[in-house]
Design a protein around this ligand. Structure first.
Ligand SMILES: *[C@@H]1O[C@H](CO)[C@@H](O)[C@H](O)[C@H]1NC(C)=O
Ligand SMILES: *[C@@H]1O[C@H](CO)[C@@H](O)[C@H](O)[C@H]1NC(C)=O
Ligand SMILES: *[C@@H]1O[C@H](CO)[C@@H](O)[C@H](O)[C@H]1NC(C)=O
Length: 423
């Protein structure tokens, strides 16, 4: 069926060229003589006129998700039978088909009812229509169809849009005309791939609403966005900038750069948020885009990291005359315990060396026991004070470690959750 339709046109064109002008002129005059274009071409008016059709898509002009507008170019092929358009080819020097202007003959007056701008009839008035000698029509109304299509941008930019283009056939009832598609999907012989949208599925059909006595044609297009452009220009930059947040706590507190740095990161994320919200349609139902939520979370995290950076600077700057609260001291001890143990070992080694040195000396002199006990006492005292001596700077370092770990985890969680949900 797919290849039959264009082929038949070629054959008909060839057939009509083998006859001469007068014959065709006479034939068209004869056929149009007394023709009433307001009456459908059925001999028995109780019978239905069956219109068979296909839709050829040529290209997707644009899908403006912000305004909910899909523009496609394409053309229908419509075929029906008009008994008035029949003749014997032998009487007209083997003429098997003739052409008319659409305005001169009966055509199904289909109107794009899901139109984005204005209601219009199908195709251009001046387009020709061909009839063969059995009364079958060959009509190819072409147009740029601008249809309304509300996008669902929840998974943006990994989204798939389903757009329905509806045509209505007003005036005739379901008992007078029926529509049947030749094939139930859109033809793509002449389709040019779009750079952003992949036409993955399509369907074509007619809906008869018997109660309202209305007939609709629909073309359904399933468009999947190819996300690479947005991945490279939006998602990866936001991820890398988010990564910078983690580095804030590596900056030395004395440099005084921490707050400036984290505010810069915050502003960069805010800029991306603005860009994203400008690109996306203002849609709150059924769901706000995941990307917007992710950007909001990143922004909030960035605000939090800035706050934490300020909090840790506050610890660094605290005067040592103020006592470190016990709870902070306990937490800090746990975090810095490794360091504390290392110090202990170092201290012990030092004192043992001292002891052996003393023993050598003592071999020359007297009073061995006394000197050892003194050194032992001394070392145990020092150990206790070293480990307990947690200053506000230590608290600042502890908070840096805690906040850095927190921001790493938050960064990973935010990106992993987005990747899992969106892809
Ligand atoms: C039929 O068409 C042929 C080819 O164009 C032409 O030579 C011939 O004169 C035509 N006959 C009539 C009766 O018009
Ligand atoms: C066809 O055209 C010729 C010459 O123009 C004319 O003599 C003839 O009567 C016409 N026939 C019909 C059926 O109109
Ligand atoms: C479009 O989608 C189909 C099916 O999902 C796939 O086979 C095809 O490669 C895609 N085309 C492009 C250009 O990515």
């Amino acid at each position: 069926m797919k290849t039959n339709i264009p082929l038949s046109v070629v054959l008909l064109t060839a057939a009509v060229s083998s006859t001469n002008y007068n014959t065709v002129h006479n034939l068209t005059d004869t056929l149009l003589n007394g023709y009433n274009k307001m009456v459908r071409g059925s001999k028995d008016m109780t019978g239905k006129t069956t219109v068979r059709f296909t839709f050829q898509i040529v290209n997707i002009v644009e899908f403006d998700e912000r305004n909910g507008k899909l523009s496609i170019t394409g053309f229908f092929f419509l075929q029906w039978n008009d008994y008035r358009m029949t003749w014997d080819p032998d009487q007209y020097n083997t003429t098997t088909s003739v052409m008319f202007v659409t305005e001169d003959v009966w055509t199904p007056n289909i109107i794009l009812s899901s139109a984005h701008s204005d209601f219009r009839g199908l195709g251009v008035k001046e387009l020709p229509i061909r009839f063969d000698n059995t009364g079958n029509s060959y009509w190819y109304p072409a147009d740029v169809f601008k249809t309304a299509c509300t996008p669902d941008i929840y998974y943006y930019p990994y989204d798939t849009q389903i757009c329905d283009i509806f045509f209505s056939f007003w005036g005739y009832g379901v008992n007078e005309v029926s529509f049947q598609p030749f094939i139930d999907e859109v033809n793509r012989y002449v389709y040019t791939e779009h750079g952003l949208w992949n036409l993955t599925e399509s369907s074509v059909g007619a809906i008869e609403d018997a109660r309202a006595n209305l007939i609709f044609l629909y073309i359904q297009l399933k468009l999947t966005r190819m996300p690479e452009f947005y991945l490279i220009n939006m998602i990866l930059p936001v991820m890398t900038i988010g990564m910078l947040n983690i580095l804030v706590f590596l900056l030395p507190a004395e440099s005084g750069e921490r707050v400036g740095f984290s505010i810069t990161v915050l502003l960069a994320i805010a800029v991306f948020q603005t860009i994203a919200s400008e690109k996306l349609p203002a849609i709150s139902r059924p769901q706000v885009s995941l990307l917007c939520i992710k950007l909001l979370i990143d922004l909030c995290l960035s605000v939090l990291v800035t706050t934490l950076a300020i909090v840790s600077l506050y610890f660094y700057d605290m005067s040592d005359s103020r006592k470190v609260p016990d709870c902070l001291r306990a937490i800090c001890k746990v975090i810095l315990c490794k360091k504390c143990e290392k110090d202990k070992e170092k201290d012990k080694e030092g004192y043992q060396e001292e002891e052996t040195y003393k023993i050598y000396q003592i071999i020359d002199g007297q009073q061995i026991t006394a000197s050892i006990s003194i050194s032992d006492n001394h070392s145990s005292n020092d150990e206790g004070s070293k480990c307990a001596d947690i200053t506000w700077v230590d608290i600042g370092r502890c908070s840096d470690i805690v906040f850095a770990v927190f921001s790493i985890l938050a960064f990973i969680a935010s990106n992993v959750v987005f990747a899992v949900l969106a892809m």
